[in-house]
Design a binder for this molecule. Structure first.
Ligand code: NAI
Length: 330
């Protein structure tokens, strides 16, 4: 099938082109993000392939429908940027890649955590500048600490496995606690307030939904242990950024690792290094020495990219041959 791939970067092109050798679809790559303004590029395509920050609201969907698009093959797991009920109302189908490498994201969460705990992000710059002093670089052992994991799905479980490997006690919170899993992996489900109050590290691994928006807010930040570290590799709007900045200013938080950010759309995935940063909240976050931000790269491993490409094209082939869409978003 002819597929219009939006928001394409070199790594997407490489992985999709390689995987497509076994599918034979006709791939057209567009660098533009998919929005109402760019939806016209999909004219003549029955399938579009967007990424996480492409905005498929009612306006974009109407334009896509008008130009003939009938399948949205999202090459990501989280589908919060798509108005799925509206797509269904129009008769368009939405498929996604529910799992590609939970380890990629969980390991990135720990990359952020370990840097913050041992301050390697600061040590790296110091040593390159000829400053070999250790003052201000005192960290702490992860061994024996308590890690709170919110969301015990695929990525949450991978994160729990890593935390247990470090010798951490793990507390967890999920809408649907799996006590057999907890017993098998050696962690404990507790109410969210208890998790926040007792954890030295809180890591978010739940999807963004209307219920989970700003789950970390002024109240929950006050409920966290003094000096705790917050890691968010899930979706930016799980955290109220203004409240986070206040908590950082007050010194309550020991560190914050973000792979996602509430207002990342239009900023992350772009090279804006020769332009003034327009987002004052992001600029403020970047001034804290105990904040480490990456640009939504949790998924960016060879293994994950290969799996994403494979499943995305497989989803399209299933649609083309009229098979059941196993990865349909309903
Ligand atoms: P999953 O669907 O396997 O697990 C999510 C878990 O969260 C489920 O157990 C669910 O019951 C729980 N949950 C949902 N709402 C909740 C709530 N309000 N309170 C507590 N628990 C709740 O999803 P998976 O694969 O583990 O992914 C988690 C999230 O990670 C995705 O939704 C996505 O936003 C993010 N992600 C980030 C990536 C990155 O590159 N940084 C890449 C892939 C996913």
């Amino acid at each position: 099938m002819k597929i219009a791939v939006f928001d394409t970067h070199s790594y997407d092109r490489d992985a999709l082109t390689l995987a497509n050798q076994q599918f034979g679809h006709e791939l057209h790559f567009f660098e533009a993000r998919l929005t109402a303004q760019t939806a016209g590029l999909a004219s003549g395509f029955e399938v579009v392939c967007p990424f996480v920050n492409d905005k498929l609201n009612a306006e974009t969907l109407a334009q896509l429908y008008q130009v003939g698009v009938r399948l949205i093959a999202l090459r990501a797991a989280g589908y919060n940027a798509i108005d799925v009920p509206e797509a269904r109302r129009l008769g368009m189908r939405v498929v996604r890649v529910p799992a590609y490498s939970p380890h990629a994201v969980a390991e990135h969460a720990f990359a952020l955590l370990l840097s913050l705990v041992r301050k390697t992000h600061r040590a790296y710059n110091r040593v390159r500048d000829g400053n070999f002093a250790l003052d201000g670089l005192v960290g702490f052992d992860l061994y024996g600490k308590t890690v709170g994991v919110i969301g015990t799905g695929r990525i949450g479980q991978a994160a729990i496995g890593i935390a247990r490997g470090f010798g951490c006690r793990v507390l967890a919170d999920d809408l649907y606690p799996d006590t057999a899993l907890a017993q098998a992996m050696g962690f404990e489900y507790v109410p969210r307030e208890v998790l926040l109050a007792q954890s030295d590290v809180v890591s978010l691994h739940l999807p963004l939904t209307p219920d989970s928006r700003h789950l970390i807010n002024q109240d929950s930040l006050h409920g966290m242990k003094h000096g705790a570290i917050l890691i968010n590799t899930s979706r930016g709007a799980l955290v109220d950024t203004m409240a986070l900045i206040q908590a950082l200013k007050s010194g309550r938080l020991g560190g914050v690792g973000l792979d996602v950010y509430e207002l990342e759309e239009g900023v992350f995935f772009q090279n804006l290094s020769d332009k003034p940063l327009q987002d004052d909240q992001l600029a403020r976050l970047l001034t804290f020495p105990n904040v480490l931000i990456t640009s939504h790269q949790g998924f960016l491993t060879r293994e994950a990219l290969g799996n994403i490409a494979q499943t995305t094209l497989d989803n399209v082939s299933a649609y083309e041959s009229g098979k059941k869409l196993e990865n349909e978003v309903s």
